[in-house]
Write a protein that binds this ligand. Structure first.
Ligand code: SAM
Length: 218
């Protein structure tokens, strides 16, 4: 389906406008805005819906799941303070859009998805676009111990609590960003690991994510 990978002036222009919209909504990290300006979000949509790709909205991607709203992606990414070479675990690959943003920022990305169809589709599409994170299929609520520790962990589904396993898999100095609450609404939480058993936790704004489903989740 070669048509999918055409990035023409109309889409590039729409992407620039999206970046300006996110700036107005409070996203300040220029590297994050630059990454949003680079990743062709319409590649994740069927051509019929390209006119929706640069609106600041979440959109269905099949299997009852969504590609996150660009503002949410930018908000979570900004909180991670990505440095080039950071080893980052993303839980909830979904469409793969968030993973592409992390790769654009120079991260070494490990991404896990529990739904096989989404995992297969994303694993096929992203390398065609030039993005090559490491893909895993399974329950990410327990992290991926085999590849730990990580500098940063991002959870892109709503959890009932902060899973202990994820904290264990962070480096000292590492950051976890995770939405925590009930299945309707969650608060964005950041946890900074300040020592082997010491953490600083900050509670931020309210969001609405699909649930994190798994052993250490719903
Ligand atoms: N990051 C995605 C993107 O950029 O499109 C959006 C993710 S979507 C809001 C949440 C994803 O988390 C869904 O694809 C869902 O199947 C996945 N998910 C839910 N629970 C999970 C778990 N325990 N392990 C891995 N993935 C999970």
């Amino acid at each position: 389906m070669a048509y999918k990978y055409i990035d023409n002036y109309r889409e590039q222009g729409a992407r620039k406008k999206l970046v300006e919209e996110l700036r107005k909504k409070g996203i300040e990290d220029e590297d994050v805005l630059k990454a949003i300006g680079k990743v062709p979000r319409h590649f994740f949509f069927d051509e019929t819906f390209w006119n929706q790709a640069y609106k600041d909205i979440a959109f269905p991607i099949g299997e009852g799941q969504t590609i996150s709203q660009p503002y949410t992606v930018a908000y979570q990414t900004q909180l991670l303070h990505i440095r080039k070479g950071d080893k980052v675990l993303e839980i909830g690959t979904g469409s793969g859009y968030q993973a592409c943003i992390l790769v654009e920022l120079g991260a070494n990305v490990y991404t896990i998805e529990r739904q096989e169809k989404l995992y297969e589709r994303t694993k096929q599409i992203l390398p065609h676009m030039g993005y090559k994170p490491k893909f895993f299929l399974g329950d990410g609520s327990r992290g991926i111990a085999k590849h730990a520790p990580y500098n940063k962990i991002i959870v892109t589904a709503g959890a009932p609590t902060v899973p202990e396993e994820l904290l264990k898999q962070l480096n000292v100095g590492g950051i976890l960003v995770i939405p925590v609450g009930d299945q309707e609404m969650q608060k964005m939480i950041t946890v900074l690991k300040t020592g082997e058993n010491d953490y600083e936790r900050i509670t931020l704004d309210t969001f609405r994510f699909v649930p994190l489903v798994g052993d250490k989740a719903w």
